[in-house]
Design a protein around this ligand. Structure first.
Ligand code: ZN
Ligand code: ZN
Length: 360
């Protein structure tokens, strides 16, 4: 039986909402009925070609749902299990995996080249970032499925698969924010909001949200921001003004643009840490002069998927949800349908809203 999906027919082409046919799950595979799938900036980057996967593809990589069938050899979930999708399953055998840095697994996206489904007129489809979550149902490798612990509503749980793992991990694994430190977060989208909440959980004393849109102040403050700065050429100076002229201990950049990476860097105190989470294009050149690298003594680091191990961190995040420290519901700012995804992309480009989530 066909299910509905949002298909990217070619790079740069508009998404098509169409029926797709999924095979029964083979050995080591799981079929999942999606409850919800978040619209992440990476989906936009895949559709416009900033990031590339084989097409035509079913996009969507931040999802949660219920297992409907399992293939041979799958034992960690069974029909009826609530699950979170993990779009970057670690192979367990490459150099990064051997070092325990599973978020850098060299083989995590190998599945993107597979054919996981066909349109009803017979065109082969690839699964985008492995999990093809912009569909009522999907068939994925068992390693892409994490059991969802109790106490997390299924729709909210979708965000655990990308935005929250990324934002939480940026704070706790990459920047390693300690209690009492000051944090600035550049970009108040889905990841930025998760980063703000993570900074609050870490016990940051001052949490400064920075965004180009004045409309996001309320969202940012609800997520834990103590201060809100409207992005301008003056942002680093404003942030130094809020931190006894020092700059923040930690800046987290969630935009992926040269201008905001520079602003995050310049807002960081001498000896502080700047973490870049945003995924920018190759056209975004960021420059540093040799003297400032020496003088400021800052650490600049990239951060992939929050430097997270999803199988370890999803249960931890669920614990934060159950204890009321992490509020996923406030991250979901728009509940939409598959047909609304292009409008959600437009909002993202215009800098509006937090996370739009397709609810099936
Ligand atoms: Zn994502
Ligand atoms: Zn690996």
């Amino acid at each position: 039986m066909a299910v509905r999906a949002a298909v990217l027919p070619a790079i740069g082409a508009p998404l098509e909402i169409t029926g797709i046919e999924l095979p029964d799950p083979g050995p080591g595979q799981v079929r999942v009925r999606l409850a919800a799938a978040g619209v992440c900036h990476s989906d936009l980057s895949l559709s416009d070609g900033t990031m590339r996967v084989p097409v035509p593809a079913v996009l969507g990589h931040e999802g949660a749902g219920t297992v409907v069938a399992v293939g041979e050899g799958v034992t960690h979930v069974s029909p009826g299990s609530p699950v979170v999708l993990n779009w970057a399953p670690a192979c367990g055998s490459c150099h990064a995996c051997a070092l325990g840095e599973v978020w850098l697994c060299a083989n995590a996206l190998n599945g993107a080249a597979d054919v996981h489904a066909r349109t009803t007129d017979g065109t082969d489809l690839h699964p985008g970032l492995n999990v093809a979550a912009f569909a009522e149902e999907t068939v994925v490798a068992a390693s892409c499925v994490l059991p969802l612990p109790d106490g997390v509503p299924l729709v909210d749980a979708a965000l655990l698969g990308c935005a929250v793992l990324t934002g939480y991990g940026a704070v706790h694994h990459s920047a390693r924010v300690r209690s009492g430190e000051t944090v600035a977060v550049f970009g108040v989208g889905g990841v930025g909001l998760a980063t703000l909440q993570a900074a609050r959980i870490a016990g940051a004393s001052r949490i400064i949200a920075v965004d180009v849109s004045p409309e996001k102040e309320e969202l940012a403050r609800a997520a834990g921001a103590t201060d809100y700065v409207l992005a301008s050429g003056n942002t680093p100076r404003e942030i130094r003004g809020l931190t006894g002229r020092q700059g923040v201990d930690v800046s987290v950049e969630c935009v992926g643009r040269a201008v905001s990476i520079r602003a995050a860097w310049e807002s960081t105190r001498r000896g502080g840490r700047t973490t870049v989470v945003g995924i920018g294009g190759k056209d975004q050149q960021v420059t540093f002069n040799a003297l400032e690298l020496f003088h400021w003594g800052r650490t600049l680091s990239g951060c992939v998927y929050g430097n997270s191990d999803p199988s370890r961190d999803v249960p931890l995040l669920a614990e934060h949800v159950r204890e009321g420290r992490l509020d996923l519901s406030t991250l979901v700012t728009d509940r939409i349908t598959l047909e609304d995804i292009p409008a959600a992309f437009e909002n993202m480009l215009a800098g509006k809203g937090g996370r739009a989530v397709v609810v099936f």
